[in-house]
Design a protein around this ligand. Structure first.
Ligand SMILES: Nc1nc2c(ncn2[C@@H]2O[C@H](COP(=O)(O)OP(=O)(O)OP(=O)(O)O)[C@@H](O)[C@H]2O)c(=O)[nH]1
Ligand SMILES: [Mg+2]
Length: 307
């Protein structure tokens, strides 16, 4: 309540990332941990229609390309591999900034099926920024060799986003992936869902200035932004300067001042990381199992029933 803020717009894709925004084309980010097959997916989808270069002002390589599916055009951006979006490295800043300020129509999070637990952590971080996400669980061929089974339907139900199992190197699941992407970009007014809930202290603080943030930066997820204000993400504030038009500093300072000075932001950040990680671990336990374990359980049940 109280102040009314003038909304600030994020800059155009071209101004921010030197990417020409084509009409009738959806912008899609490919994100994921290192070595999960993002570029393999990217190469398959975009074929010869690729452009490579560097991120504006950075030495990190960038690849973008175009493809069409069912008469819909996509502009695909292959982001550098990252374990998190906590913006500790150049790669993480690039990935975070693009998903946050690239006005993306969808993100594909590519995970490695053989180490899904660690990978799901990043998924939840992306889901806090946007819910227009397809989860692509790749290297499913390797998982099969290790008898790792993933309950895709249950995962979809729990997450409320499309999940596809792929083996990009073997061109398996690529059609499913494109269909899932189509579904996500065409979806209107998807409700925002909070996947991870933090402590009351954190949630209450975020709630106390979420509306103001929404007013000031309507294109950026206000809960996510609020969390970054609570955990004192300085790199985000410099990115706001870079990618958002207009003068918002006075208002932003106003909002930042609502965070008690004595709050230990480092501790909050660790707490946020831990809760995020625990959440991923719980989900993993619910949907991934070793084939033999399942047989073990079935055997045990059998022996109980028959004895
Ligand atoms: N077995 C198997 N290997 C795959 C699959 N997809 C990709 N690979 C291999 O995994 C390795 C890494 O693939 P990339 O596409 O470069 O992975 P990336 O995610 O782009 O890696 P970074 O950009 O370094 O983060 C390559 O050797 C691929 O051939 C798959 O589905 N199955
Ligand atoms: Mg790559």
């Amino acid at each position: 309540m109280g102040l009314t803020y003038k909304s600030c717009k994020i800059k155009s894709l071209e101004d921010s990332f030197n990417i020409k925004q084509k009409e009738n084309s959806y912008v899609v980010a490919l994100a994921g941990n290192p070595n999960t097959g993002k570029s393999t997916v990217f190469n398959y989808l975009t074929g010869l229609k690729q452009h490579t270069g560097n991120w504006p002002g950075k030495t990190i390589a960038t690849a973008r390309g175009e493809f069409s599916y069912n008469n819909i055009n996509y502009n695909l951006i292959d982001l550098p591999g990252t374990y998190s979006l906590f913006a500790l490295s150049q790669e993480e800043i690039v990935a975070r900034d693009f998903i946050c300020f690239g006005d993306v129509d969808a993100a594909i999070v590519v995970c490695d099926a053989t180490c899904l637990e660690r990978n799901l952590n990043l998924l939840f971080q992306v889901l806090e920024l946007t819910n227009k996400v397809v989860l692509c669980i790749n290297l499913i061929d390797e998982a099969e060799k290790k008898s790792i089974k993933i309950d895709k339907d249950k995962l979809e139900e729990l997450l409320g986003i499309p999940v596809v199992l792929t083996s990009a190197r073997n061109k398996i699941g690529m059609d499913d992936l494109q269909r899932a992407l189509e579904k996500v970009v065409l979806q209107k007014n998807i409700e925002t869902k909070n996947y991870v809930t933090y402590s009351e202290e954190i949630e209450n603080l975020v709630d106390s200035f979420k509306d103001e943030l929404e007013e000031l930066f309507p294109q950026i997820n206000s809960r996510w932004l609020g969390l970054r204000i609570v955990d004192g993400d300085e790199s985000l504030f410099s990115s706001l300067e870079k990618y958002v038009e207009g003068d918002f500093n006075v208002q932003l300072e106003d909002i930042k001042n609502k965070v008690p000075k004595e709050l230990d932001k480092k501790k909050i950040r660790d707490e946020i990381s831990k809760i995020n990680y625990d959440f991923a671990a719980n989900l993993f336990d619910a949907v991934v199992y070793k084939e033999n374990d399942k047989e073990d359980i079935d055997d045990k049940i059998d022996s109980i029933i028959t004895s």
